[in-house]
Write a protein of this length. Sequence first.
Length: 259
Amino acid sequence: MYQTLLTDLQDGTLVVTINRPDKLNALNKDVIEELGKVVDEIYNNPEIKSAILTGAGEKAFVAGADISEFISLDAAGGAALAKKGQDNVFDKIENSPKPIVAAVNGFALGGGCELAMSCHFRLASENAKFGQPEVNLGLIPGYGGTQRLTQLIGKGKSMELMMTADMIGADEAKALGLVNHVAPLAELLGKTKEILQKIHTKAPVAVAKVIACVNDAAKGEKDGFANEIKRFGECFTTEDMKEGTGAFLEKRKAIFKGK
Ligand code: COA
């Protein structure tokens, strides 16, 4: 169904593997196009409760946007490439009502680091390496990296990483708050799935509202507190809220329907 992605739906989690290992899974036009389509599938297929993004092979998550496609671009072409990617992939991942988590299994550089950062949170294998090396190419990040890296690790570290083009390892990424957990490569997907299975037992509409509210905070949305009040109120109209509170009072386990 996809040429550049492998997909595998198990227990409600769609594992999306970017599959160009000979090019370290670099994001060319085809990958960006297909990532847009798979995110639509995640939004629209009720059997999919969550998703994991990862890379094929043991070396790279994604080693960046495909540099070979940059040569022919002018100012308008460069801006259009960035805008299309941000609109159709990166922002859509960030705003997904279902959790999308990155399992970073190697190099996450440039667009790869940006792709991981657009996910709701990240796990990394011990061999993972993160960086925004665009200044090496006379470029800056264009898929949201200047904004999301700063949101995640703060201004000083973000400035240093983007100006030096340095790569950091998994442990430093964890210390900075860029990733939540570090696991041996062989355990990375299992650990990521385990966290998502726990989330699947929670009320899906409430989980979607957590995503929207936390995104507001990360983006410095001026109406973040007001939006939280509104969304808190909306929860009272859901069957899941009645089930969750009822189950607590009846001392039984809640079973949520996502309604
Ligand atoms: N775009 C296009 N092709 C890429 C790529 C990218 N971002 N990253 C890696 N590749 C290709 C290489 O050109 C090479 O292809 P080839 O075998 O046809 O020559 C293949 O993937 C393997 O990469 P290679 O550089 O040989 O592996 P390495 O182990 O020596 O180095 C990296 C690994 C990640 C350090 C190195 O590939 C690299 O610096 N990549 C670019 C990272 C970058 O600047 N990303 C930001 C882009 S905006």
